[in-house]
Design a protein around this ligand. Structure first.
Ligand SMILES: C[S@@+](CC[C@H](N)C(=O)[O-])C[C@H]1O[C@@H](n2cnc3c(N)ncnc32)[C@H](O)[C@@H]1O
Length: 124
């Protein structure tokens, strides 16, 4: 995992926290992607690059049976976990690199989402 990528998202994690649509893409792309995930009812979903959990929460609220959010940035997962702690939805979050994690059972998930799983680059 590129350390710069992790650090950049760790640093910017507080700015991603949201409980309602704020970003332009919350009004445009994410609703469109959410509609692609339908029917979600009862499905087991892996949300790769889940960030602070905005999309994961929507998947669970729409009826997914199980949602696991994975992100390489610890601060993103800390934000997602804090949201889960204050308003529990039963989502499981963990820090891991989407390119490297292993140990998944075949057919453990019905759907894998990777919403704006962008690798950021920075010289700072
Ligand atoms: C643009 S944010 C999008 C977050 C979330 N999916 C959303 O839609 O709000 C991209 C996220 O992908 C994560 N990410 C980038 N590369 C990753 C990788 N190799 N493995 C896991 N997460 C990664 C970043 O840490 C960051 O939280």
């Amino acid at each position: 995992m590129n350390e710069t990528n992790v650090h950049l998202y760790d640093r910017s994690a507080p700015g991603w926290k949201r409980t309602e649509p704020i970003l332009l893409s919350d009004f445009t792309a994410r609703p469109f992607l959410l509609s692609w995930c339908q029917p979600i009812d009862g499905k087991r979903v892996l949300d790769l690059g889940c960030g602070e959990g905005y999309f994961s929460r929507q998947l669970k609220q729409l009826g997914a049976a199980y949602v696991e959010g994975v992100d390489s940035a610890r601060e993103m997962i800390a934000g997602a976990s804090a949201a889960e702690e204050s308003e529990p939805l039963g989502i499981h979050y963990r820090v891991s690199d989407a390119a490297e994690f292993s140990g998944m059972q075949d057919e453990a998930f019905d759907l894998v989402a990777a919403v704006f799983l962008f690798k950021a680059t920075s010289n700072n």
